[in-house]
Ligand binder design. Structure first.
Ligand SMILES: [Cu+2]
Length: 165
């Protein structure tokens, strides 16, 4: 008597779980490609390292009185990321993006001192920006790029300081 009861109880249960297993498999098949992409993106995020500040680079004016310097942009850094310039003399920065795919920006604004420098440089390209800092102080420049839900380039360490002396 006991056996019959158990059998009756098991049969519908087994049927149900087979059906839900099939549904689960179908769901996994649909999710396979997006999941793979997600895992891959997560992996890329994990392996890309954050970088800190480097050594202060003092920019000297050339015979024309222009303070020229080159900043190498990469994922996710500026090199050098600390520059010291003299106030009242023109600055000419060559921004070179050494990354393979990623565009990077150079953003430096300080309305109080009239500083507004902005440039977006595609991977493998260069751009020159010119400005004259008139007020002394230390100003932060950074990259504004951010992809979807990932950390912004600035959060990953793509930030630097311009010291005006
Ligand atoms: Cu960037």
């Amino acid at each position: 008597m006991g056996r019959v009861r158990i059998g009756r109880m098991l049969r519908p249960l087994t049927g149900k779980s087979t059906l839900s297993l099939m549904r689960y498999c179908r769901l996994m098949q649909t999710l396979r490609v997006p999941t793979l992409i997600l895992v891959l993106l997560l992996f890329i995020t994990l392996i890309s390292e954050d970088r800190g500040y480097g050594v202060m680079s003092t920019v000297k004016a050339d015979d024309q009185g222009i303070q020229r310097a080159t900043i190498i942009m990469d994922s996710y850094s500026y090199s050098p990321n600390e520059l010291s310039v003299e106030a009242g003399k023109p600055v000419e920065l060559t921004l070179r993006n050494a990354a393979t795919f990623t565009p990077h920006t150079f953003h430096l604004t300080d309305p109080a001192s009239g500083l507004h420098v902005h440039a977006e440089v595609s991977a493998g390209e260069s751009q020159t920006v010119s400005f004259t800092p008139n007020q002394r102080g230390t100003f932060t420049f950074y990259c504004e790029k951010k992809l979807l839900f990932f950390k912004s380039h600035r959060e990953r360490g793509q930030e630097g300081r311009l010291k005006v002396r």
